[in-house]
Design a protein around this ligand. Structure first.
Ligand code: SF4
Length: 293
């Protein structure tokens, strides 16, 4: 099986190794601040899916600090400015545009990756990001998680598939690269549902530029942890998860780059699956199985 791996694609595109540095835009999320909801998506931690950034510092300082933190992990000299936590296009649009421009101006940053919700993409922001992508590549990361609106409702996602698709088309229409996140192992979903989500993503036209596949991580303090305590649901084993990931990888269109197929959540609050604790073992096992597939 041939997959387009993120690391290989980055080497081809930027001529060497690149590393993601988590940056904070200082945004919250309409699903947390009361605009759409207050509890957030059931699987989202209080950090909004990003526990490794420094929200109070100016972006250049965040970048320098992030770089120092990863200095012993990578020899990369080019970095992706990764706005990971919360909804990074939500709030004062002019402030955000300035922030993204400042980030693009950092010479060692070779691309920006901006995670957001499909219902928080004003036309002005899409136009701005499209212009910015003429200076440095910009990836917009959309968290779909599941193509099943019923699961989406149970997870308190507060947007539906139509809203995702509308945003996707506008972003692609503006020439932007889009990376879609999906989660495997959501409560109430079986393998067929997960494959259904992957089929939906694989069938998007134009083809999706990138995908991030995550295992559901049940983190302490989240609604999903509460659900799990009250009524434990099936947590995929590493073998089950890998089997489904392989089926998904096989159905992706050739244009799609696989940005990630594991997650490294915070060890301190991870309740299940415990196999996620050993990232090295997980990667070795998964890469071995993928090589055989
Ligand atoms: S949209 Fe993202 S940041 Fe907002 S609650 Fe859901 S997962 Fe968390």
């Amino acid at each position: 099986m041939v997959i387009r791996r993120f690391s290989d694609e980055m080497k081809k595109r930027f001529g060497g190794k690149v590393y993601r540095i988590a940056l904070s835009s200082g945004c919250t999320c309409p699903n947390r601040d009361g605009t759409l909801g207050t509890g957030g998506c059931a699987f989202c931690s209080e950090y909004g899916a990003g526990e490794f950034s420094f929200p109070d510092l100016p972006v250049k300082d965040q970048f320098e600090r992030g770089k120092r933190l990863v200095a012993n992990k990578t020899r990369a000299d080019r970095f992706i400015g990764y706005f990971q936590s919360f909804t990074n296009t939500y709030g004062d649009q002019e402030r955000l545009k300035m922030l993204f421009r400042e980030t693009a101006d950092i010479p060692e940053i070779c691309a920006l990756s901006i995670a957001t919700r499909p219902d928080c993409l004003e036309n002005g922001m899409v136009e701005f990001l499209s212009e910015l992508s003429g200076i440095k590549p910009v990836w917009v990361e959309l968290g779909l998680q599941t193509a099943d609106d019923e699961t989406g409702r149970r997870m308190n996602r507060c947007f539906d598939r139509d809203s995702f698709e509308e945003a996707y088309r506008r972003l692609k229409g503006a020439g932007l690269e889009v990376v879609v996140h999906i989660i495997l192992g959501l409560p109430g979903e079986n393998e067929e549902d997960m494959i259904g989500t992957a089929e939906y993503v694989s069938g998007l036209s134009p083809a999706v530029d990138g995908i991030k596949i995550h295992m559901l991580q049940i983190l302490d303090g989240t609604a999903v942890a509460e659900m799990y305590r009250k009524e434990p649901f099936h947590v995929l084993s590493l073998e089950e998860y890998t089997g489904i990931v392989i089926k998904i990888l096989k159905m992706l269109p050739p244009e799609t780059v696989v940005h990630r197929f594991t997650g490294d959540g915070p060890k301190k609050t991870l309740i299940e699956p415990k196999w996620c604790w050993d990232k090295k073992k997980v990667l070795n096992y998964m890469n071995g199985e993928i090589a055989k597939a």
